[in-house]
Design a protein around this ligand. Structure first.
Ligand code: PLP
Length: 493
């Protein structure tokens, strides 16, 4: 199956203005070309097509890092040819991963003795981390049930219906029933009381989210822990907790150090976090850490001997790049606690700038919380004339990518816009976004236009945000405008 969303013409061939000097005939789109082409032609063709992707810096839909320091880019480039799995050959890379695991486990208050190492592993992202954590819970539950002579059929996991799709994947791929606590209007995270009510003897764990994907809100892990402790005492089921801290794991320790959500709570047995979200690394790294060695069943761990010491590995895939792990270590030592705290504080402040701007308009209900992941989720007070989907679509013409979506069950009738505030989203971009939202809302309300917005109306796009961009990005924006106007020329770059 080919899933393709190419933007160019729909025939079977690719054309390129630049490459035409080299390529007499066009390239087949879906078949391996018969002949080779010069490297600069190949570069130009691909570079040319990629310009039509959105601008990552203006992609406010994503939590994933879109900017790193040039020094780190250099480290990434120089380690592109290192396969992470070759631990014998690259023991230093392995050592850096181990340091990262330990740094994260300490940050999350894992009970690690002086001479002990933390238990955890680097993954491709939180999704792989969650598969591994889920498998560990399933195995532990099965082992316990077997030892009690009880059935191992029908394991389940309790979550809120606001879980990220990877939990649904885990449930389906590894045959665990997903029992979801439904949301309701005005309450968009898992209710710990209802979650604990749903727990039964087949529950492998309760998965709670630090930073709901829908509105960035932290679920009340402490209350969940306390309620579940009480239930465990009564039932002797020993149901554990996993915290999905994909987005909040690198926010809470710096902004809310006194918030107890991690291994300080006894039932929290594992935590995942995305290195490529607020860990501030480009896409491709996540982490899972376990409370102690006992929380990771031995039979899931494969052992490799390297340099005389025991190297346990627990991952779903085998080969992968080393760059992201090296980049994570760079961020840890470069920023330190202070650096992360400054960046998260800045993100939070820019979120508040945006929040105030939108509140002033009086058109929106803010449904994200001041304490949470730095993002702004907001719905329209009155959706009778136009919807958040119209706003999202109109904002695209200014270059902004702001997603609109409906809330999960049972709050599907609420639809929201979400702006994720990352490190590279500056105060001035926040001001610009507010100005553009105001314009879009006026337009949708049928207000008359002043001359300076006409550029946007005729499909001018990127114009307004362009000013905040670097020359190279301005070039791309210019190219994009030409393309949209059907005036694609070769005078770009
Ligand atoms: C992003 C996210 C995930 C998935 O993480 P990846 O690192 O993209 O695989 C899982 N859970 C939550 C709460 C998330 O925000």
């Amino acid at each position: 199956m080919v899933i393709s969303t190419t933007i160019a013409d729909s025939d079977q061939n690719l054309h390129s203005t630049f490459a035409s000097r080299y390529v007499r005939t066009s390239l087949p789109r879906f078949k391996l070309p018969d002949q080779s082409i010069p490297k600069d032609a190949a570069y130009q063709i691909i570079n040319d097509e990629l310009m039509l992707d959105g601008n990552p810096r203006l992609n406010l839909a994503s939590f994933v890092t879109t900017w790193m320091e040039p020094e780190c880019d250099k480290l990434i480039m120089s380690s592109l040819n290192k396969n992470y799995v070759d631990m014998d050959e690259y023991p230093v890379t392995t050592e850096l991963q181990n340091r990262c695991v330990n740094i994260i486990a300490h940050l999350f208050h894992a009970p690690i003795g002086e001479d002990d190492a933390a238990v955890g592993v680097g993954t491709v992202g939180s999704s792989e981390a969650i598969m591994l954590a889920g498998l560990a819970f399933k195995r532990k539950w099965q082992a316990k049930r077997k030892s009690q002579g009880k059935s191992c059929e029908n394991p389940n996991i309790v979550t809120g219906s606001n879980v990220q799709v990877c939990w649904e994947k885990f449930a389906r791929y590894f045959e665990v029933e997903l029992k979801e606590v439904k949301l309701k209007e005005g309450y968009y995270v898992m209710d710990p009381e209802k979650a604990v009510e749903m727990v039964d003897e087949n529950t492998i764990c309760v998965a709670t989210i630090l930073g709901s994907t829908m509105n960035g809100e932290f679920e009340d892990v402490k209350l969940l822990n306390n309620l579940l402790m009480k239930k465990n005492e009564e039932t002797k089921w020993e149901t554990p907790i996993h915290v999905d801290a994909a987005s909040g794991g690198f926010v809470a320790p710096f902004l809310y150090p006194n918030l107890e959500w991690d291994f300080r709570l006894p039932l929290v047995k594992s935590i995942n976090v995305s290195g490529h979200k607020y860990g501030l690394v480009y896409a491709g790294v996540g982490w899972v850490v376990w409370r102690t060695k006992d929380d990771l069943p031995d039979e899931l761990v494969f052992h490799i001997n390297y340099l005389g010491s025991d190297q346990p590995t627990f991952t779903l895939n085998f080969s992968k790049g080393s760059s992201q792990i090296i980049a994570q270590y760079y961020q840890f030592i470069r920023l330190g606690f202070e650096g992360y705290k400054d960046i998260m504080t800045n993100c939070h402040e820019n979120t508040m700038v945006l929040k105030e701007g939108l509140e002033k308009m009086g058109k929106f209900n803010i449904i994200s919380k001041d304490i949470g992941v730095p993002l702004l989720a907001f719905s329209l007070k009155d959706s009778s004339k136009y919807t958040v989907f119209n706003i999202s679509e109109s904002l695209r013409r200014f270059g902004w990518i702001v997603p609109a979506y409906t809330m999960p069950p049972d709050a599907q009738h609420i639809s929201v816009l979400r702006v994720v505030i990352r490190e590279d989203f500056s105060h001035s971009l926040a001001d610009r976004l507010i100005a553009d939202i105001i314009k879009v809302v006026h337009e949708l309300e049928g207000a008359r236009f002043t001359a300076d917005t006409s550029g946007a109306r005729d499909g001018g796009t990127v114009e307004h945000v362009e000013h905040g961009l670097r020359p190279m990005e301005r070039g791309i924006a210019k190219y994009l405008r030409r393309f949209i106007h059907g005036k694609k020329t070769s005078s770009v770059c």
